[in-house]
Design a protein around this ligand. Structure first.
Ligand code: PMP
Length: 287
């Protein structure tokens, strides 16, 4: 079924949702975006996602031509128009139509589009069995390049890391920063457990400030766990007791092998499973 897409200021049919070849989002990856879940017909953590979108835009000096409230309403309208009950929203703002030069300031109007659709998830058995991952050789963005906190349209570093994973017949790769510390996976944040404590690399180590990550930290603390944010090395991942990723699409998913080192008994750990179930309930219980 053809979708209805929000483009600039209204809903249009999927076949009419077209972007100019002169849009700097296409020519240079100049823009920002968000991926957001819909659970039970309600957009999950929409305010937090909108805030991150505006923060990303501010860093790259992109003016979003709508207020936060207008954008929230547009997202809600798009979800409704497509009857999405459990799904996924892609909200994108590009620099807009310009010339073939880099200069972003010749682009007069940013392009805004919103897609609300069903979601492609990892198959259920992967949540039960856990994922295998490899360490990527592609380094996460340097903080003085496009900062990793910015969810920009330029994901090529992460895409190169994803290719490394796929070349090794695993679905995900772990990315390290320019100092060799764990940053994140290609589209998810990293957690490990060791001796009953939960560790997460700090956002400054080069990750997106994940919204799922923040909720999982909150839920873990509610369960009485201590969550320590500190730099982690590759060896820390090799010798941990449990390892999991968090993200909007994946939610919480266990890792059972990295670079051919098996984590504990090769099954998602107890704390991972507890947090996965808590998160599952948290998002689906919220109306
Ligand atoms: N890191 C990267 C690079 C991401 O693209 C994402 C979102 N897919 C995440 C982490 C997880 O963030 P969130 O929980 O807000 O989806």
């Amino acid at each position: 079924m053809a979708l209805k897409i929000w483009l600039d200021d209204k809903l249009v049919g999927q076949e009419d949702a077209k972007i100019s070849v002169f849009d700097h989002g296409v020519l240079y990856g100049d823009g920002v975006f968000e991926g957001i879940r819909v659970y039970n017909g309600k957009i999950f953590e929409l305010t937090a996602h909108i805030k991150r979108l505006y923060d990303s835009a501010k860093v790259i000096r992109l003016d979003i031509p709508m207020s936060k409230d207008e954008l929230i309403k547009a997202a809600e309208k798009t979800v409704k128009a497509n009857d999405v009950i459990d799904g996924y929203i892609r909200l994108v703002v590009t620099r807009g139509i310009g010339t073939l030069g880099l200069n972003p300031f010749v682009c007069e109007n940013a392009t805004v589009f919103i897609i609300a659709d069903n979601i492609q998830l990892y198959p259920k058995e992967l949540y039960e069995k856990g994922l295998k991952v490899v360490s990527a050789t592609t380094v996460r963005n340097h903080p003085l390049a496009i900062p990793p906190q910015v969810k920009s349209l330029n994901y090529l570093n992460n895409i190169l890391a994803k290719i490394e994973a796929l070349d090794n017949d695993v679905p995900e790769a772990i990315m390290y920063n320019h100092e060799g510390y764990v940053a994140e996976a290609t589209g998810d944040n990293v957690f490990i457990v060791r001796d009953g404590l939960i560790y997460a690399p700090p956002v400054e180590a080069g990750s997106l400030d994940g919204i799922t990550r923040s909720i999982v930290i909150k839920l873990a603390k509610q369960e009485g766990f201590e969550v320590v944010e500190k730099n982690l090395t590759r060896a820390d991942l090799y010798i941990c007791d449990e390892f999991f990723l968090t993200g909007t699409a994946a939610e919480v998913i266990g890792i059972v092998e990295i670079d051919k080192r098996i984590i504990s008994d090769g099954k998602p750990g107890k704390i991972t499973e507890l947090l996965r179930k808590k998160f599952f309930k948290y998002v689906r219980g919220k109306k």
